[in-house]
Design a protein around this ligand. Structure first.
Ligand code: NDP
Length: 293
Protein backbone atom coordinates (compact mmCIF):
# COMPACT_ATOMS: atom_id res chain seq x y z
CA UNK A 1 0.00 0.00 0.00
CA UNK A 2 1.25 3.44 -0.95
CA UNK A 3 2.57 6.07 1.41
CA UNK A 4 -0.10 8.74 1.81
CA UNK A 5 1.16 12.23 0.98
CA UNK A 6 -0.75 14.06 3.68
CA UNK A 7 -1.79 17.53 2.53
CA UNK A 8 -3.60 18.19 5.79
CA UNK A 9 -0.49 17.62 7.87
CA UNK A 10 1.84 19.48 5.51
CA UNK A 11 -0.40 22.49 5.07
CA UNK A 12 -0.83 22.75 8.85
CA UNK A 13 2.97 22.62 9.27
CA UNK A 14 3.51 25.29 6.63
CA UNK A 15 0.88 27.55 8.19
CA UNK A 16 2.46 27.10 11.61
CA UNK A 17 5.86 28.08 10.18
CA UNK A 18 4.32 31.11 8.48
CA UNK A 19 2.58 32.18 11.68
CA UNK A 20 5.93 32.28 13.49
CA UNK A 21 7.66 34.12 10.64
CA UNK A 22 4.80 36.63 10.50
CA UNK A 23 5.20 37.44 14.20
CA UNK A 24 8.88 38.17 13.54
CA UNK A 25 8.10 40.30 10.46
CA UNK A 26 5.59 42.34 12.47
CA UNK A 27 7.89 42.73 15.51
CA UNK A 28 11.08 43.48 13.64
CA UNK A 29 9.87 45.45 10.62
CA UNK A 30 6.32 46.48 11.54
CA UNK A 31 5.00 44.85 8.36
CA UNK A 32 1.67 43.01 8.53
CA UNK A 33 1.15 40.85 5.43
CA UNK A 34 -2.00 42.10 3.67
CA UNK A 35 -4.15 40.17 1.19
CA UNK A 36 -7.04 41.68 -0.81
CA UNK A 37 -9.63 39.23 -2.13
CA UNK A 38 -12.28 39.99 -4.72
CA UNK A 39 -15.28 37.75 -5.30
CA UNK A 40 -17.83 38.50 -8.00
CA UNK A 41 -21.12 36.60 -7.96
CA UNK A 42 -22.35 33.78 -5.77
CA UNK A 43 -20.80 30.58 -7.09
CA UNK A 44 -20.93 28.33 -3.98
CA UNK A 45 -17.47 26.82 -4.53
CA UNK A 46 -15.90 30.27 -5.05
CA UNK A 47 -17.63 31.59 -1.93
CA UNK A 48 -16.25 28.77 0.15
CA UNK A 49 -12.71 29.18 -1.29
CA UNK A 50 -12.74 32.90 -0.46
CA UNK A 51 -13.99 32.23 3.08
CA UNK A 52 -11.27 29.68 3.69
CA UNK A 53 -8.61 32.11 2.41
CA UNK A 54 -10.00 34.84 4.67
CA UNK A 55 -9.96 32.44 7.64
CA UNK A 56 -6.35 31.43 6.94
CA UNK A 57 -5.35 35.11 6.92
CA UNK A 58 -6.83 35.63 10.33
CA UNK A 59 -5.21 32.45 11.72
CA UNK A 60 -1.79 33.60 10.55
CA UNK A 61 -2.07 37.20 11.74
CA UNK A 62 -2.40 38.66 8.21
CA UNK A 63 -4.62 41.59 7.33
CA UNK A 64 -7.30 40.71 4.78
CA UNK A 65 -9.78 42.78 2.81
CA UNK A 66 -12.65 40.95 1.12
CA UNK A 67 -14.90 42.61 -1.47
CA UNK A 68 -17.95 40.51 -2.32
CA UNK A 69 -19.66 41.99 -5.40
CA UNK A 70 -22.91 41.02 -7.15
CA UNK A 71 -23.02 38.86 -10.29
CA UNK A 72 -23.85 41.86 -12.55
CA UNK A 73 -20.78 43.89 -11.52
CA UNK A 74 -19.11 45.57 -14.50
CA UNK A 75 -15.47 45.36 -15.52
CA UNK A 76 -14.68 48.98 -14.61
CA UNK A 77 -15.72 48.37 -11.01
CA UNK A 78 -13.46 45.34 -10.72
CA UNK A 79 -10.53 47.21 -12.30
CA UNK A 80 -11.22 50.11 -9.93
CA UNK A 81 -10.69 47.88 -6.88
CA UNK A 82 -7.52 46.39 -8.35
CA UNK A 83 -6.06 49.82 -9.13
CA UNK A 84 -6.82 50.96 -5.60
CA UNK A 85 -5.10 47.89 -4.09
CA UNK A 86 -2.14 48.15 -6.48
CA UNK A 87 -1.45 51.58 -4.94
CA UNK A 88 -2.10 50.55 -1.33
CA UNK A 89 1.17 49.87 0.52
CA UNK A 90 -0.56 47.80 3.20
CA UNK A 91 -1.69 45.28 0.56
CA UNK A 92 0.98 42.80 -0.55
CA UNK A 93 -1.21 40.36 -2.46
CA UNK A 94 -4.27 40.73 -4.69
CA UNK A 95 -6.47 37.79 -5.65
CA UNK A 96 -9.53 37.80 -7.88
CA UNK A 97 -11.41 34.56 -7.37
CA UNK A 98 -11.94 32.82 -10.71
CA UNK A 99 -14.09 32.16 -12.63
CA UNK A 100 -15.58 35.63 -12.98
CA UNK A 101 -18.86 36.45 -14.80
CA UNK A 102 -18.70 36.64 -18.61
CA UNK A 103 -19.17 40.43 -18.92
CA UNK A 104 -15.72 40.84 -17.33
CA UNK A 105 -12.60 40.09 -19.38
CA UNK A 106 -10.64 37.62 -17.24
CA UNK A 107 -7.28 38.27 -18.91
CA UNK A 108 -7.72 42.03 -18.56
CA UNK A 109 -8.36 41.59 -14.85
CA UNK A 110 -5.37 39.26 -14.38
CA UNK A 111 -3.09 41.65 -16.27
CA UNK A 112 -4.25 44.67 -14.29
CA UNK A 113 -2.87 43.20 -11.06
CA UNK A 114 0.61 44.53 -10.31
CA UNK A 115 3.13 41.70 -10.92
CA UNK A 116 4.60 42.67 -7.52
CA UNK A 117 1.29 41.66 -5.84
CA UNK A 118 0.38 38.75 -8.11
CA UNK A 119 0.16 36.12 -5.35
CA UNK A 120 -1.98 33.83 -7.54
CA UNK A 121 0.84 33.82 -10.10
CA UNK A 122 -1.48 34.12 -13.11
CA UNK A 123 -0.02 37.33 -14.60
CA UNK A 124 1.90 36.71 -17.86
CA UNK A 125 4.97 38.26 -16.23
CA UNK A 126 4.83 35.69 -13.41
CA UNK A 127 4.37 32.87 -15.91
CA UNK A 128 7.26 34.12 -18.04
CA UNK A 129 9.50 34.24 -14.98
CA UNK A 130 8.47 30.70 -14.07
CA UNK A 131 9.35 29.38 -17.53
CA UNK A 132 12.70 31.17 -17.65
CA UNK A 133 13.47 30.06 -14.10
CA UNK A 134 13.62 33.56 -12.59
CA UNK A 135 12.32 34.35 -9.09
CA UNK A 136 8.61 35.22 -9.13
CA UNK A 137 5.19 34.18 -7.90
CA UNK A 138 4.42 30.55 -8.64
CA UNK A 139 0.69 29.70 -8.95
CA UNK A 140 -0.52 28.20 -5.67
CA UNK A 141 -1.59 24.70 -6.76
CA UNK A 142 1.62 23.91 -8.68
CA UNK A 143 3.63 25.47 -5.83
CA UNK A 144 1.79 23.14 -3.43
CA UNK A 145 2.63 20.11 -5.56
CA UNK A 146 6.33 21.03 -5.63
CA UNK A 147 6.28 21.52 -1.85
CA UNK A 148 4.69 18.07 -1.33
CA UNK A 149 7.27 16.40 -3.56
CA UNK A 150 10.07 18.23 -1.77
CA UNK A 151 8.92 17.58 1.79
CA UNK A 152 8.24 13.89 1.09
CA UNK A 153 11.71 13.66 -0.50
CA UNK A 154 10.39 12.16 -3.73
CA UNK A 155 13.24 11.87 -6.23
CA UNK A 156 12.61 13.90 -9.40
CA UNK A 157 15.97 14.07 -11.20
CA UNK A 158 15.72 12.20 -14.49
CA UNK A 159 12.25 10.84 -13.59
CA UNK A 160 9.45 10.80 -16.11
CA UNK A 161 6.67 13.14 -14.99
CA UNK A 162 3.41 12.76 -16.91
CA UNK A 163 0.97 15.65 -16.47
CA UNK A 164 -2.62 15.08 -17.56
CA UNK A 165 -4.20 18.49 -18.22
CA UNK A 166 -2.83 21.72 -19.70
CA UNK A 167 -4.79 24.47 -17.98
CA UNK A 168 -3.09 27.79 -17.29
CA UNK A 169 -3.57 27.38 -13.55
CA UNK A 170 -2.33 23.81 -13.03
CA UNK A 171 -1.18 21.72 -16.01
CA UNK A 172 1.00 24.23 -17.86
CA UNK A 173 2.77 25.70 -14.82
CA UNK A 174 3.45 22.35 -13.11
CA UNK A 175 4.79 20.87 -16.36
CA UNK A 176 7.10 23.89 -16.77
CA UNK A 177 8.27 23.66 -13.16
CA UNK A 178 9.14 19.98 -13.32
CA UNK A 179 11.65 20.21 -16.17
CA UNK A 180 13.57 23.16 -14.67
CA UNK A 181 17.23 22.49 -14.03
CA UNK A 182 17.11 22.66 -10.24
CA UNK A 183 17.28 20.08 -7.42
CA UNK A 184 13.49 20.02 -6.88
CA UNK A 185 12.76 19.17 -10.50
CA UNK A 186 15.11 18.20 -13.36
CA UNK A 187 12.51 15.73 -14.67
CA UNK A 188 11.51 14.59 -18.15
CA UNK A 189 7.99 15.87 -18.78
CA UNK A 190 5.10 14.69 -20.96
CA UNK A 191 1.82 16.64 -21.14
CA UNK A 192 -1.46 14.91 -22.09
CA UNK A 193 -4.81 16.49 -23.00
CA UNK A 194 -7.99 15.76 -24.93
CA UNK A 195 -6.11 15.22 -28.18
CA UNK A 196 -4.14 12.39 -26.55
CA UNK A 197 -5.69 9.38 -28.26
CA UNK A 198 -4.30 6.67 -25.96
CA UNK A 199 -3.94 8.29 -22.55
CA UNK A 200 -3.04 5.04 -20.84
CA UNK A 201 -0.01 4.57 -23.14
CA UNK A 202 1.51 7.69 -21.59
CA UNK A 203 0.30 7.39 -18.01
CA UNK A 204 1.76 3.88 -17.76
CA UNK A 205 5.21 5.33 -18.40
CA UNK A 206 5.00 7.82 -15.53
CA UNK A 207 7.31 7.68 -12.53
CA UNK A 208 5.32 10.64 -11.22
CA UNK A 209 1.77 11.11 -12.50
CA UNK A 210 0.10 14.49 -11.99
CA UNK A 211 -3.62 14.38 -12.79
CA UNK A 212 -5.32 17.77 -13.28
CA UNK A 213 -8.20 16.77 -15.51
CA UNK A 214 -11.51 17.37 -13.76
CA UNK A 215 -12.91 13.94 -14.68
CA UNK A 216 -13.76 11.73 -11.68
CA UNK A 217 -11.48 8.68 -11.37
CA UNK A 218 -10.31 8.81 -14.98
CA UNK A 219 -6.97 7.25 -13.95
CA UNK A 220 -7.45 3.58 -13.05
CA UNK A 221 -5.07 0.98 -11.63
CA UNK A 222 -4.43 -0.48 -15.09
CA UNK A 223 -3.30 2.96 -16.32
CA UNK A 224 -0.28 3.18 -14.00
CA UNK A 225 2.87 1.18 -13.34
CA UNK A 226 3.95 -0.36 -10.04
CA UNK A 227 5.67 2.15 -7.76
CA UNK A 228 4.33 5.29 -9.43
CA UNK A 229 3.97 8.48 -7.35
CA UNK A 230 0.47 9.93 -7.80
CA UNK A 231 -0.39 13.60 -7.37
CA UNK A 232 -4.16 13.92 -7.75
CA UNK A 233 -5.24 17.53 -8.29
CA UNK A 234 -8.84 16.78 -9.26
CA UNK A 235 -11.72 18.01 -7.14
CA UNK A 236 -14.91 16.46 -8.51
CA UNK A 237 -18.36 16.14 -7.05
CA UNK A 238 -20.01 12.74 -7.48
CA UNK A 239 -23.52 11.84 -6.36
CA UNK A 240 -23.70 9.95 -3.07
CA UNK A 241 -27.10 9.50 -1.48
CA UNK A 242 -25.52 8.17 1.72
CA UNK A 243 -24.11 11.62 2.56
CA UNK A 244 -26.05 14.53 4.01
CA UNK A 245 -25.24 16.77 1.03
CA UNK A 246 -26.08 14.08 -1.53
CA UNK A 247 -22.58 14.20 -3.03
CA UNK A 248 -18.96 13.65 -2.14
CA UNK A 249 -15.64 14.86 -3.48
CA UNK A 250 -13.35 12.52 -5.41
CA UNK A 251 -10.17 13.06 -7.38
CA UNK A 252 -9.18 12.29 -10.96
CA UNK A 253 -7.61 9.05 -9.77
CA UNK A 254 -9.35 5.87 -8.63
CA UNK A 255 -7.69 6.12 -5.21
CA UNK A 256 -8.95 2.83 -3.72
CA UNK A 257 -7.41 0.68 -6.47
CA UNK A 258 -4.45 2.83 -7.51
CA UNK A 259 -3.12 3.07 -3.94
CA UNK A 260 -2.27 -0.65 -4.04
CA UNK A 261 0.08 -0.11 -6.99
CA UNK A 262 1.54 3.31 -6.19
CA UNK A 263 4.52 3.98 -3.93
CA UNK A 264 3.01 7.29 -2.77
CA UNK A 265 -0.31 9.02 -3.42
CA UNK A 266 -2.17 12.20 -2.47
CA UNK A 267 -5.74 11.63 -1.22
CA UNK A 268 -8.78 13.68 -2.26
CA UNK A 269 -9.88 15.39 -0.09
CA UNK A 270 -6.89 15.94 2.20
CA UNK A 271 -4.23 16.35 -0.49
CA UNK A 272 -3.34 19.05 -2.98
CA UNK A 273 -6.41 21.22 -2.26
CA UNK A 274 -5.26 22.14 1.24
CA UNK A 275 -1.77 22.93 0.00
CA UNK A 276 -3.18 25.49 -2.42
CA UNK A 277 -4.39 27.79 0.37
CA UNK A 278 -1.16 27.31 2.34
CA UNK A 279 0.84 28.38 -0.74
CA UNK A 280 -1.33 31.46 -1.19
CA UNK A 281 -0.44 32.41 2.38
CA UNK A 282 3.23 31.70 1.66
CA UNK A 283 3.18 33.87 -1.47
CA UNK A 284 1.54 36.70 0.48
CA UNK A 285 4.06 36.41 3.29
CA UNK A 286 6.97 36.40 0.83
CA UNK A 287 5.56 39.42 -0.95
CA UNK A 288 5.27 41.33 2.34
CA UNK A 289 8.79 40.29 3.38
CA UNK A 290 10.18 41.41 0.00
CA UNK A 291 11.42 37.89 -0.78
CA UNK A 292 9.98 37.58 -4.30
CA UNK A 293 10.54 40.65 -6.48
P1 NDP B 1 -9.48 22.64 -16.85
O1 NDP B 1 -10.84 22.18 -17.16
O2 NDP B 1 -9.09 24.05 -17.05
O3 NDP B 1 -8.42 21.73 -17.61
C1 NDP B 1 -8.59 20.35 -17.70
C2 NDP B 1 -7.52 19.78 -18.57
O4 NDP B 1 -7.71 18.38 -18.66
C3 NDP B 1 -7.56 20.33 -20.01
O5 NDP B 1 -6.25 20.61 -20.45
C4 NDP B 1 -8.19 19.20 -20.80
O6 NDP B 1 -7.68 19.09 -22.13
C5 NDP B 1 -7.74 17.97 -20.01
N1 NDP B 1 -8.69 16.88 -20.18
C6 NDP B 1 -10.03 16.88 -19.95
N2 NDP B 1 -10.56 15.67 -20.21
C7 NDP B 1 -9.53 14.88 -20.61
C8 NDP B 1 -9.43 13.53 -21.03
N3 NDP B 1 -10.51 12.75 -21.08
N4 NDP B 1 -8.23 13.05 -21.36
C9 NDP B 1 -7.12 13.84 -21.33
N5 NDP B 1 -7.15 15.13 -20.92
C10 NDP B 1 -8.34 15.65 -20.59
O7 NDP B 1 -9.25 22.21 -15.33
P2 NDP B 1 -8.24 22.73 -14.18
O8 NDP B 1 -6.84 22.50 -14.57
O9 NDP B 1 -8.66 24.07 -13.73
O10 NDP B 1 -8.64 21.71 -13.03
C11 NDP B 1 -8.47 20.33 -13.17
C12 NDP B 1 -9.02 19.65 -11.92
O11 NDP B 1 -8.28 20.09 -10.79
C13 NDP B 1 -10.48 19.98 -11.60
O12 NDP B 1 -11.07 18.86 -10.98
C14 NDP B 1 -10.38 21.12 -10.61
O13 NDP B 1 -11.49 21.21 -9.76
C15 NDP B 1 -9.15 20.71 -9.86
N6 NDP B 1 -8.41 21.83 -9.25
C16 NDP B 1 -7.97 21.64 -8.00
C17 NDP B 1 -7.24 22.60 -7.37
C18 NDP B 1 -6.72 22.32 -6.02
O14 NDP B 1 -6.45 23.22 -5.29
N7 NDP B 1 -6.55 21.05 -5.64
C19 NDP B 1 -6.95 23.88 -8.01
C20 NDP B 1 -7.40 23.97 -9.38
C21 NDP B 1 -8.11 22.96 -9.96
P3 NDP B 1 -7.88 20.23 -23.25
O15 NDP B 1 -6.89 21.31 -22.94
O16 NDP B 1 -7.58 19.54 -24.52
O17 NDP B 1 -9.31 20.69 -23.11
Amino acid sequence: MAQIIDGKLLSAQIKEELKEKTKILINEKGIIPGLALLLVGDNPASKSYVSSKEKSCSELGFKSIVERLPDNTDEATVLGFINKWNADETIHGILVQLPIPKQIDEQKVIQSISPKKDVDGFHPESFGRLVIGLPGFVPCTPAGIVEMIKRYKIPTKGKHVVVVGRSNIVGKPIANLMYQKNPDANSIVTICHTATSDLSYYTKQADILIAAVGVPRIIKAEDVKEGVVIIDVGINRVEDSTTEKGYRIVGDVDFENVKNKASAITPVPGGVGLMTVAMLMQNTYKSAAGEVL
